[in-house]
Design a protein around this ligand. Structure first.
Ligand code: SF4
Ligand code: SF4
Length: 289
């Protein structure tokens, strides 16, 4: 079977000059992290909550694609304008800056990749091969991805911090001694949920704090550091005084759900994450049936 993706080198010379037909602004799936949502709101000159409510799905982590159809019968992103193309070009998220390249983060290594063995633009924009080829490194500079990549990396840490709280509630409380397996079973079930089901599982107050925190900072380093503090404080206030195993079990499951929700916003593979987390928890004494 052909590999699902191909790893790229920064020196690879690829057909990265866009035909500007807006093809990939139709029928696509674009996930955004909370800092990107904030950038989009600034570009649109609206509040983050208005941006979330009017342009995104699943509480603020995916752009809505319900605009006019193109000739391939695919609906456009709600930010797409037939006359000018992307109406928020300056604030567009990392996934749009990188496309057709992807960025894969696994075990602290970062790879630039292309989906499939055939260059993604070629099937729907074949004339792309007639335009000048570009090195991957030059393309990243041209697309000004640096701050956006930094935001993705920082949110990876925030996501792990939330997951760590879920781990602590399972492994550093009487829950782990109780030989119960409901907690790990519930973590495992998350891997099989659609993003729609996962979003429904998480309390709205968590979704609100994850996607639209009230933070008045611009740089990802400052914004995301403050966001991390807000999330940690909220969790501490909510789960710092748990008195029963059932409450502890529910809190651990909720925190792992929140971590996965944030992971989805930065493009992580949830099944791989859950496998890794369950395996780690079992090594430290948790039970699964
Ligand atoms: S598919 Fe590729 S060439 Fe076509 S519009 Fe998108 S980025 Fe440009
Ligand atoms: S945000 Fe802009 S570039 Fe990205 S899919 Fe929407 S219209 Fe296209």
């Amino acid at each position: 079977m052909a590999a699902e993706y191909k790893t790229l080198n920064l020196n690879d010379n690829l057909p990265l000059t866009c035909t500007r037909t807006g093809t990939c602004c139709h029928g696509n799936q674009v996930y955004i992290n909370p800092w990107e949502l904030n950038q989009l709101a600034k570009t649109k000159n609206c509040s983050p909550k208005d941006l979330r409510d009017n342009y995104t799905d699943f509480g603020g982590i995916r752009l809505v694609f319900d605009g006019n159809k193109n000739k391939l019968n695919k609906k456009s992103c709600r930010f797409y304008d037939n006359q000018i193309g992307c109406s928020i070009h300056l604030g567009r998220p990392l996934a749009c800056r990188l496309f057709p390249i992807g960025r894969k983060i696994q075990n602290d290594t970062i790879e630039y990749i292309q989906q499939g063995q055939v260059f993604p633009c070629i099937s729907e924009c074949p004339s792309v091969v007639e335009l000048p080829a570009l090195k991957v490194s030059d393309y990243l500079i041209e697309q000004q991805t640096e701050l956006y990549e930094q935001a993705q990396d920082l949110y990876l840490d925030v996501m792990q911090n939330i997951a760590d709280m879920g781990f602590s509630l399972l492994l550093e409380t009487p829950l782990v001694e109780s030989n119960e397996f409901k907690t790990i079973n519930a973590w495992r079930r998350f891997a099989h949920l659609s993003i729609e089901e996962l979003t429904k599982f998480i309390d709205y107050e968590w979704i609100d704090l994850i996607t639209t925190p009230e933070i008045d900072k611009v740089l990802p380093t400052e914004f995301i550091e403050q966001h991390n503090d807000l999330l940690q404080t909220f969790a501490q206030n909510k789960y710092g005084q748990l008195t029963s195993l059932e409450e502890t079990n529910n809190a651990s499951i909720t925190l792992i759900g929140c971590a996965l929700y944030l992971a989805k916003s930065i493009g992580s593979n949830l099944e791989d994450l859950i496998d890794h987390w369950v395996e780690t928890a079992i090594q430290f004494g948790a039970k699964e049936n």
